[in-house]
Design a protein. Structure first.
Length: 159
């Protein structure tokens, strides 16, 4: 019995010592991560997605831009002004409801709404292509309002 108690006590002390070292390593790793900054190149697609935002969302059966969408597109226009060699493809998407043909047309109107807004903000129309995927490429799979609202979108992809 005494041998078991010594073994347990030794194990507890060993684990406690290991726990302290791990905490110190975690603290150092955490500090290094905070000071290193973003890991993407300026002008990259990753910077565009993370810092600017690559998508806007639409209401049901709608292609008008919300205030939030306009804010995102304003940031996109500023980014594109900073990187004049970049161009974008605007993808128009719809949720699963409705016919394939209807959703392709709706996706096209959404993509054009994004393009027209960017052009109005000064982006050269020649730098923007559009395509509609309708309901063919859902971002979220599901037949509920949560999924549908994430699939009604316009996505700007850096070319």
């Amino acid at each position: 019995m005494r041998l078991k108690l010594v073994a347990i006590l030794g194990s507890v002390l060993l684990l406690a010592a290991c726990g302290t070292s791990g905490d110190q390593v975690s603290a150092v790793s955490s500090d290094a991560a905070q000071t290193s900054g973003p890991s993407y190149e300026p002008g990259s697609e990753e910077e565009f997605i993370v810092e600017v935002g690559d998508r806007v969302f639409f209401g049901y059966d709608a292609y008008d831009l919300t205030t939030e969408a306009q804010d995102t597109l304003s940031r996109q226009a500023e980014w594109l002004a900073s990187y004049p060699a970049s161009s974008i493809l605007v993808e128009g998407h719809a949720d699963e409801r409705g016919t394939r043909e209807y959703n392709l047309a709706l996706g096209e109107r959404r993509a054009n709404a994004v393009k027209n807004y960017l052009v109005a903000l000064g982006v050269d129309a020649g730098r923007i292509e559009t395509i509609s995927y309708g309901k063919e490429r859902p971002a979220v799979v599901g037949s509920n309002e949560g999924a549908w609202s994430r699939n009604r979108r316009g996505v700007s992809v850096i070319n």
